[in-house]
Design a protein around this ligand. Structure first.
Ligand SMILES: *[C@@H]1O[C@H](CO)[C@@H](O)[C@H](O)[C@H]1NC(C)=O
Ligand SMILES: *[C@@H]1O[C@H](CO)[C@@H](O)[C@H](O)[C@H]1NC(C)=O
Ligand SMILES: *[C@@H]1O[C@H](CO)[C@@H](O)[C@H](O)[C@H]1NC(C)=O
Ligand SMILES: *[C@@H]1O[C@H](CO)[C@@H](O)[C@H](O)[C@H]1NC(C)=O
Length: 457
């Protein structure tokens, strides 16, 4: 950690001409200045008044906190904001400088789920600047509660193995897969944007350690979409941040991204990850061994890709995905027609499925890790009852396949923990919904979202 954040000293941005990197000035923190002010007013009525004020404030906070707890009884997770004083210690800020936050539900056990939801990424200073004005780059206006289904559900019928766990769902506002490691950059004098994702992760973990996570017996780190990518990148770091005796495992759903060209042979993912790496200064927060392996070729950015970083992960991990993952087909490969109405493109679609299957071989071969890979046009399998509880592959339910793997004690008896569907043709599995209605419903959602990455920004 940067020692300059210790001792109540913060850095303040100095004006620049808008082109150069921002410079910072050290100033004494507010508290130190307050202390000297208080020393000079040594009259007891002032102290009494202050005490009274403190007590009233505390009482008000207590009342509103109780109201929050009462209103959160139900299925939803409730918002918890990290106090500014805590965020300041490691400068853990969203893109716009606001404090990090997460959603939480208290469980009845000493077991925790830490979930990374999918969140929007940004790939350049300008784009991150724009994102900092939205809920994807700021916690200033986010909602007070979110629904929790699938593996996060508190319903013991739908989620019998995890319903009573403590659930933390992180809030992605860093735009950079929690790898950001730069203090701040400002494209103009009037704005600033922070690339502090990795420090958000550190800060929230430390905060949670003081609130029960330290005593956790088991921690399951889950993620969907770009959140699954964060699981691949940070699972080992989370394991190392917890007491040695805590059992830690990962569940990465729909984030197995590989360096595959899009349909006009443009290296879409490669360019996106190179930009992200450069913008967020991701290097220092990625796996050391991976960086060592990639730096001779100058390809450090590859450590952002699960396909490349997978082999460096040492914490047990379960991979969920689809050869025909709906999000990846739409945003990464740019396959955007209903297969039945563009028959001539089906060979491309089949090629893609087989290519993902090839990249996943390293996962299937692991004796420690597990996998559940379908051929369904879906993503975020673990967050929806319809995919979490459904026999999608040869009669095997995802929830059961995952829990069977989760329960093993030592390395399997030569058994591999993989449930793999067919990849020969997009419609090879009758349990997958490839109906026009399902396709339309899914793609309507994507259509309303911003492009994942545009080469020219
Ligand atoms: C739970 O969260 C969902 C989605 O954010 C919201 O629509 C719903 O009103 C919330 N329910 C309660 C009881 O807060
Ligand atoms: C959950 O999914 C299963 C399998 O698809 C289904 O049978 C069940 O009715 C669903 N339950 C709810 C409450 O959605
Ligand atoms: C069922 O499993 C077999 C053997 O692993 C595999 O060849 C087949 O493709 C699977 N079927 C489906 C629908 O995924
Ligand atoms: C591939 O990516 C480039 C750059 O983002 C984009 O211009 C092009 O349209 C993409 N190809 C397809 C088929 O969408």
């Amino acid at each position: 950690m940067n020692s300059s954040f210790v001792d109540n000293v913060r850095y303040f941005r100095l004006p620049t001409d808008g082109k150069a990197k921002v410079r910072f000035e050290k100033r004494e923190g507010l508290c130190r200045r307050m202390a000297s002010a208080v020393d000079s007013v040594c009259i007891w009525p002032v102290y009494a008044a202050l005490l009274l004020l403190l007590w009233v404030t505390w009482f008000l906070i207590w009342i509103s906190a109780s109201a929050l707890v009462i209103s959160s009884i139900g299925k939803n997770l409730t918002l918890v904001r990290i106090p500014t004083s805590v965020a300041d210690q490691v400068a853990a800020y969203c893109l716009d400088g606001s404090d990090p936050a997460y959603y939480f539900r208290r469980g009845k056990t000493k077991k925790w789920i830490i979930h990374f939801p999918s969140s929007e990424l940004c790939f350049s200073l300008e784009q991150c600047m724009r994102q900092s004005d939205t809920v994807s780059g700021s916690t200033r206006t986010i909602v007070n509660s979110v629904a929790a289904n699938g593996v996060l559900s508190p319903d013991s019928d739908l989620n019998p193995d995890f319903y009573d766990w403590n659930v933390v769902s992180l809030y992605g506002c860093d735009g950079g897969l929690y790898t950001g490691n730069e203090y701040a950059e400002a494209p103009s004098v009037f704005n600033e944007v922070y690339f502090r994702g990795f420090h958000i992760l550190k800060c929230v973990l430390h905060w949670l350690l003081d609130r029960g996570l330290y005593d956790a017996e088991e921690v399951l780190v889950t993620g969907t979409g770009t959140g699954a990518q964060a699981v691949y990148l940070h699972l080992d770091f989370i394991k190392e941040s917890l007491p040695f005796s805590t059992s830690v495992r990962g569940l990465a759903d729909s984030g197995f991204i590989a360096d595959i060209l899009n349909r006009t042979n443009f290296p879409q993912i490669r360019t996106a990850m190179q930009h992200l790496y450069a913008t967020h200064k991701s290097g220092k927060s990625l796996d050391d061994d991976c960086i060592k392996a990639k730096s001779p070729q100058g390809e450090n950015w590859q450590c952002l890709l699960p396909d490349d970083s997978y082999k460096f992960i040492s914490t047990p991990l379960f991979v969920v995905d689809s050869f025909y993952n709906s999000w990846s087909l739409w945003f990464v490969y740019n396959f955007r027609c209903y297969p039945n109405s563009c028959q001539k493109d089906i060979p491309d679609l089949t090629w893609y499925g087989e290519e993902i299957n090839k990249r996943l071989q390293q996962v299937y071969q692991s004796k420690r890790n597990g996998a559940y890979v379908t051929s369904c046009f879906e993503n975020d399998f673990i967050l929806h009852n319809g995919t979490w509880n459904n026999p999608l592959i040869n009669g095997t339910v995802l929830r059961e396949a995952f829990y069977k793997w989760y329960q093993w004690v030592e390395e399997g008896p030569g058994e591999t923990w993989t449930t793999i569907g067919c990849s020969s043709h997009y419609s090879c599995n009758p349990s997958c919904d490839w109906s026009p209605g399902h396709f339309l419903e899914t793609t309507e959602k994507f259509r309303s979202q911003a492009e994942f990455f545009k080469a020219k920004q």
